[in-house]
Write a protein that binds this ligand. Structure first.
Ligand SMILES: NC(=O)c1ccc[n+]([C@@H]2O[C@H](COP(=O)([O-])OP(=O)(O)OC[C@H]3O[C@@H](n4cnc5c(N)ncnc54)[C@H](O)[C@@H]3O)[C@@H](O)[C@H]2O)c1
Ligand SMILES: [Zn+2]
Length: 368
């Protein structure tokens, strides 16, 4: 097992990463909280694969454990499903001292975190991520959200967990497509901040699972994200670098319909596009752009977007049909391992680049 710490003023927390660690680590962490009631938020898929997993892990701890099972899928990451968590909390008489445990991927973590940040104005919560994406990214950093039909993650809050337990054995049941999608956020951390880490990932493969490699890679990935969050928890500036690939990624998810493409797949296509723009605008060297395209390309499947014109592209990027401003902050690469925020990037210029990109690389994104 390896551990790291995220140090925010007064709210530092530990992340443990390892194989077969949950049974020992989770009860210890839960007992540090002054509570006798744990509410687990999970989904139908995990409840079927790992029936009452957290309940069983905590059964000797003397805690009352109640499990809220939500429907599975990005299309359920919305206010209606969030409401189901609140209904459940009321039914089981949860209160300020109740501890919430998110047991699932990024969708469960984002919704449980949001519920924990707002139920009786905030209760403590612990993340037990079960997908590669949530291991390397969403379980760390404290962003929580649900989607709105017009915009991805537009309703949310900042809520840091008390503890994160990254149990690697859950990856054994994760479908290959999910594994590849999760790998994108891991590669993202190398691309924006650590060329050495990116090269380390190129020398390994995500499949078949190699737990020694994954332990190291997840540790480094969480470390990169954790250090950024420590410096800019609420995204006043620096943290926006973590959104590399997400401008187009979120557009793809919203326009195609939530659940059509996996978050990591959409972000992977978005990172290729952002690297392409970085090269076209003379920031990134051609050989690095090609290396990035080839290395991400092996994990991507083509994204097809129907009926996308400039107006829709602009509205989705700006999240506001009436916006006077026609520019966004866009994350570019200066070189492999170094990103920067291009303030006030013209959406029209991005659209021009996007047209070129889709014409040249329909195997990444195709306009239908
Ligand atoms: N908060 C953040 O900082 C942050 C960062 C990145 C992504 N996100 C969000 O995370 C979400 C994507 O997360 P995700 O990729 O984990 O998707 P997900 O939570 O939908 O999980 C993917 C699928 O795998 C299933 N699953 C989960 N664990 C499994 C296991 N061990 N074995 C078999 N199946 C399993 C899930 O039920 C689901 O069907 C998006 O909504 C994205 O916006 C948030
Ligand atoms: Zn993401």
């Amino acid at each position: 097992m390896i551990s790291l710490q995220v140090n925010l003023p007064g709210r530092e927390y530990k992340i443990d990463i390892g194989l077969n660690i949950l049974e020992k680590q989770l009860p210890e962490a839960v007992l540090l909280n002054a509570t006798d009631h744990v509410v687990v938020v999970t989904n139908t898929t995990l409840q079927e694969l790992y029936p009452d997993c957290i309940f069983n892990v905590l059964k000797d701890s003397g805690m009352q454990v109640s499990t809220c099972v939500l429907p599975d899928g990005e299309e359920h990451k919305n206010l209606a499903t969030l409401s189901q968590i609140f209904d459940f909390m009321m039914e089981v008489s949860a209160n300020r001292k109740t501890l919430m445990v998110a047991f699932g991927g990024g969708v469960i973590g984002d919704m449980a975190g949001f519920a924990a940040s707002t139920f009786v104005r905030g209760i403590p919560f612990i993340q037990v991520p079960t997908t590669l994406l949530s291991d390397v990214d969403s379980s760390v950093g404290g962003k929580t959200a649900v989607n709105h039909p017009l915009g991805k993650n537009t309703i949310g809050s900042f809520k840091q967990p008390e503890y994160v337990c990254i149990e690697l054995s859950f990856l054994k049941t994760l479908p290959s497509r999910e594994l590849k999608a999760g790998y994108m956020e891991l590669l993202k951390h190398g691309l924006i901040q650590d060329a050495d880490f990116f090269n380390f990932t190129l020398n390994h493969s995500v499949e078949p699972l190699d737990f020694n490699y994954l332990e190291q890679a997840i540790f480094r990935s969480c470390g990169i994200k954790g250090r950024v969050v420590e410096q800019d928890e609420t995204e006043k500036g620096l943290r926006a670098n973590l959104n590399f690939g997400h401008t187009l990624g979120h557009l793809i998810e919203t326009h195609a319909g939530y659940g059509m493409y996996l978050h990591g797949e959409a972000v992977g296509a978005g990172m290729c596009f952002a690297a392409f723009v970085s090269w076209r605008w003379n920031e990134l060297a051609e050989n690095e752009w090609e290396l990035i395209r080839n290395s991400l390309g092996q994990f991507l499947q083509p994204v097809k977007l129907a009926n996308l014109d400039f107006e829709i592209f602009r509205d989705l990027i700006l999240h506001d049909k009436k916006a006077n401003k026609q520019a966004v902050n866009f994350i570019l690469l200066k070189k492999l391992g170094e990103s920067f925020i291009q303030q006030e990037t013209s959406v029209e210029k991005l659209w021009d680049e996007f047209r070129q990109f889709t014409a040249k690389f329909p195997e990444i994104v195709e306009l239908e």
